[in-house]
Write a protein of this length. Structure first.
Length: 317
């Protein structure tokens, strides 16, 4: 214990000496980031303060200072540092994110909501802010509102995965499970190697098993629009024998190679479905455009089959 205190004191003195000698704010900022990466927020804060003395008002250093103070659980100082940043002309999305995290840690619900709304208005294409506001609404037990913002986040920033993740989970546990499959497919294409990917793949497997086993997935679907029913009908008749492992546009049946459709057959079915959507008089023009854009935006996925040589061939292409 005594040895640890001595080492900490030596490090502290070394940091003070560095701050006194170093005159380049960029080098100080780099040093502070290294301290943050190692989890040493105390020394990071010391170095950032020295850097800001040399370069007052530097946005990047102020953001890192507020974040380091937040991680150091000095919420009052973090709030004092972060609050002015969102009023600056050069503020970015991260300024809103950091201050929102501080407000949420302080349980400042009204301030959090006000800040997110302001941020979404200023940065309407930020999928991050829509996602975090949806999480805030979910934590407040307002799922019907949360899903609206996650879906708005998808429309605003289609390449940001977290909105797909939350939307997929929401629909998997609703009566509109098809949308859980659709959003889940897109999510695992955007975020492939995380624990969330494992979670969504398990939900997809369960959803497809229910669908292809003739369960009540089709009967339980409440959204009776032609698009939903057409897709469910298409999927319900999609199983083929083992061994026909091909590219599979749109679907990614995660574990079971018995449930695959040849690429050309599926493309033909997909084209027929899109044709029906375009010509369906029950869908408004906006609804047709939205469903077509959604369907055509999905990326081609690869199938991991139990046949290892075939799977390797697919992954290599």
């Amino acid at each position: 214990m005594k040895r640890q205190l001595i080492l900490s004191f030596i490090l502290f003195v070394s940091v003070l000496s560095l701050c006194a000698q170093e005159k380049d704010p960029q080098k100080l900022h780099h040093t502070a980031k290294n301290f943050m990466r190692s989890g040493d927020m105390g020394n990071a804060i010391i170095v950032l303060r020295r850097g800001l003395e040399l370069n007052p008002g530097n946005l990047e250093m102020l953001k890192d200072l507020a974040y380091a103070q937040f991680l150091n659980k000095d919420y009052a100082s973090a709030q004092k540092t972060a609050q002015p940043l969102t009023d600056r002309k050069d503020a970015d999305v991260a300024c809103y994110q950091i201050l929102a995290m501080i407000y949420r840690s302080l349980d400042e619900k009204k301030e959090s909501e006000k800040l997110y709304r302001s941020g979404m208005k200023r940065f309407p294409s930020s999928g991050v802010l829509f996602n975090e506001y949806g999480e805030l609404l979910w934590d407040r037990e307002e799922p019907a509102e949360a899903i609206k913002y996650w879906e708005k986040g998808i429309a605003a920033d289609p390449n940001y995965p977290s909105n797909y993740y939350h939307t997929a989970r929401y629909y998997f546990f609703s009566t509109e499970k098809l949308w859980g499959l659709l959003y889940g497919e897109i999510f695992i294409n955007l975020e492939s190697y995380t624990q969330r990917t494992v979670e969504i793949k398990k939900l997809l497997l369960d959803g497809y098993k229910k669908l292809f086993s003739g369960s009540t997935l089709l009967k339980d679907e409440q959204a009776k629009n032609p698009f939903t029913l057409a897709v469910l009908g298409l999927l319900a008749g999609a199983a083929i024998p083992r061994g026909q492992v091909q590219d599979f546009a749109f679907l990614f049946v995660v574990f079971d190679p018995e449930l695959l459709v040849p690429r050309e057959q599926f493309k033909r079915q997909l084209a027929e479905l899109l044709s029906r959507i375009r010509s369906d008089p029950k869908l408004s023009g906006d609804e047709r455009r939205q469903t077509i854009q959604f369907y055509e935006r999905v990326r081609v996925s690869r199938i991991l089959a139990s046949d290892k040589p075939e799977a390797a061939k697919l992954q290599a292409t």
